[in-house]
Design a protein around this ligand. Structure first.
Ligand code: THU
Length: 140
């Protein structure tokens, strides 16, 4: 495959992932904050696993979109990932919270994190930059 073809196909898979995160965001249960988030995780074999934030009356038992996506993926047998897209309806990027960074690092390693809103991609980062000096199994 020529370099330009590879770039076009990489862009197509990012576009698909962004579309999946935007679509699942509509299913968010954000009755308390009103802040809907969608996440779409890509496996190394090109499958897409999605998640949305799920709030509840306890508030504290809320689960973010990113963790819903990764826990769904793990429970379905996926163990290797390339990137995750996180979508919120904000102008500035909505990065994963601290708890999600830990889980994304432990199960995804240095994957790419693409932040987007309902109309545009707003940032592209690597997990190693979002979670420098991580605690993980290498230290146990
Ligand atoms: N939230 C996510 O789902 N992912 C993020 O990256 C940031 C925050 C959710 C948690 C809560 O339901 C709402 O957004 C407001 O914090």
């Amino acid at each position: 495959m020529a370099a330009s073809e590879a770039a076009t196909s990489a862009q197509a898979s990012v576009d698909k992932l962004v579309a999946a995160a935007r679509a699942v965001r509509e299913r968010a249960v954000a009755d308390f904050s009103g802040f809907k988030v969608g996440a779409a995780l890509e496996t190394t074999d090109g499958q897409i696993i999605t998640g949305c934030n799920i709030e509840n009356a306890s508030y504290g038992l809320t689960v973010c979109a990113e963790r819903v996506a990764i826990f769904k993926a793990i429970s379905e047998g996926h163990r290797a990932f390339t990137r995750i897209v996180v979508v919120a309806n904000t102008e500035s990027p909505t990065p994963p919270c601290g708890a999600c960074r830990q889980i994304l690092w432990e199960f995804g390693g240095d994957i790419e994190v693409i932040l987007a809103n309902t109309t545009a991609v707003t940032a592209r980062l690597q997990m190693k930059d979002l979670l420098p000096l991580p605690f993980d199994r290498r230290l146990l």
